[in-house]
Design a protein around this ligand. Sequence first.
Ligand code: ADP
Length: 260
Amino acid sequence: MEYSSQLEAKSAELSRTAHKLRDANEKLTQISLQKDAFLSQISHELRTPMTSIRAFSEILRDTDGLAVAEKTRYAAIIHDEAMRLTRLLNDLLDLSVLENGQVSLNVTEGMLVDVIDRASSTALTGTANPLKLRRNRAAERIAIRTDLDRLTQVFINLIANAQKYCEAHEPTLSISVHDVGGQVVVDLVDNGKGIPLHSQKMVFEKFARVSAEKAGGAGLGLAICREIMQRLGGNVTYLPGQEGGAFRVSLPLGLEIAAQ
Ligand code: ADP
């Protein structure tokens, strides 16, 4: 009798182990599929600029008697595509460091308004028809303790996106800052077309783009923003219910409200 109950217990244990092995195997297959998809997306993103660099450099090398203006135009294309490749590789590297948790934060104290202003001037300098920025005054009295450079990077991405994708006649971005329940919330709302409801979550995924024909990047910017905000203990989400593009950045406790 005792022997048979021992046997039963062993058999139950074996079946649990078999279950665990099957689960682990399924997870490994899933990871391997994700890795394949990621590699194929990267190859695709790299191929486009590489193809045009090759084509235009061959024209420059093989065509006699090209006019100076043409040479300059082709050289400019090669330069732009090389810059695009550099940005892509930098973004991929940054994302991988963030995802692996290898990034060390440099936490210091500063004013939120300085972060927003620095990000705005970096994102908008040199752009034709720059966005008109509207900002409420609250940011001016909020002191924050976080990695200020990483937070600036998030705002640069969001403001540069508003500049890129807001196709309004007079592009405008409203940045409003509130402190609610020990959290600081920054809403960035532009007057463009915004993102359709079914894509609002997906845009934070790697390589996600709402519309392929728009002159955008590789679709890594918002994924990087999300990783950074999670590392900073906060979050970045799409803010539904607005007419234009709308993003909410929230920063956790540990922020201090400076004297007014
Ligand atoms: P990208 O490198 O393509 O700009 P992002 O991850 O920064 O990548 O953005 C992902 C996609 O989200 C963009 O390709 C664009 O379609 C959409 N998007 C981002 N910001 C806005 C915005 N303010 N208005 C409309 N669409 C936006």
